[in-house]
Design a protein around this ligand. Sequence first.
Ligand code: GDP
Ligand code: MG
Length: 311
Amino acid sequence: MTFRSGFVGVLGRPNAGKSTLVNALVGQKVAIVSPRPQTTRNRIQGIVNRPDAQVVFIDTPGILRPDSALNRQMMNEVTQALEGVDALVLIVDAAEEFGPGDRHALEVVRGFSGPAFLLLNKIDRVEKQMLLPLIARYSKGHTFAEILPVSALKGAGLDVLMEKLVAALPEGPPYFPPEQFTDVPERFLASEIVREKALHLTRQEVPHALAVLVDSFEEGNKLVRIRATIYVERDGQKGIVVGKGGAMIKRIGTEARKELETMLGAKVFLELHVKVQPNWRDNAAMVRQLDWRRQLEQLSDRLPEGGDRQE
Ligand code: GDP
Ligand code: MG
């Protein structure tokens, strides 16, 4: 069987559905996600692993308003981001009219020599005949490898997309270990395991008030050292989680450690702390930290693509 692998750039105006698309594709197949800040290949949004392929989706810098003074510099950045990308996906909101931002996006696509796929997204809320003028407009601007109506939200058309995308990638081995989780998801999974044990052992006396953050995750040769903090909202909840003479937190730690050792295939040293943080649920920064998908989004939103919104 031939194995194909490659990088796919995801391009689109804010709100077009880039994150929804990549999450849907990645979530559909068991996959790993890594921001890989150390790679020169920009920010990886998600990796889809299949028996016959590995597709690495990367974020491209956002598309600025065409009249922006930063335009040229951003164009350079986009062009750079597209270097080494094997295929491009331009995702547009089919419910929106073709605007200056879209013309700009088309220009970017035109500067790319590889296969480009146009996704007309959100077809779940668009009349079919509305797609025709869009298709005509885009076809006039560029010869796309495929123009596919999809709904990233409902998952419609995504199987077809994956088939076409994979077929467009070069033959080659995977870039990343297919089964190995990178450290962001491992950290996240570690916190989920601790949270699950805490909820289970306290018989859910503190369900929504409980959050777990991994403070450090160090992989040694034989040992993985994990420090995590369990956050609760009130002193009484802390009492429950710590237990009499620390008995409860000890049990939580033991059970979580065993499961982590199985998951990681290594000995684990797990250090747990319990902290009271009143109203942490209202603390936006903390809530964001709890979700690694949002951590990734944060990374990708750091680029100044928001300027597109006023169009
Ligand atoms: P991004 O800024 O390009 O990453 O866009 P997001 O993925 O954050 O999506 C922006 C908004 O569009 C969110 O509210 C999504 O739920 C919504 N959205 C994305 N895809 C679809 C779709 O296929 N159908 C509908 N109805 N909404 C969608
Ligand atoms: Mg996004």
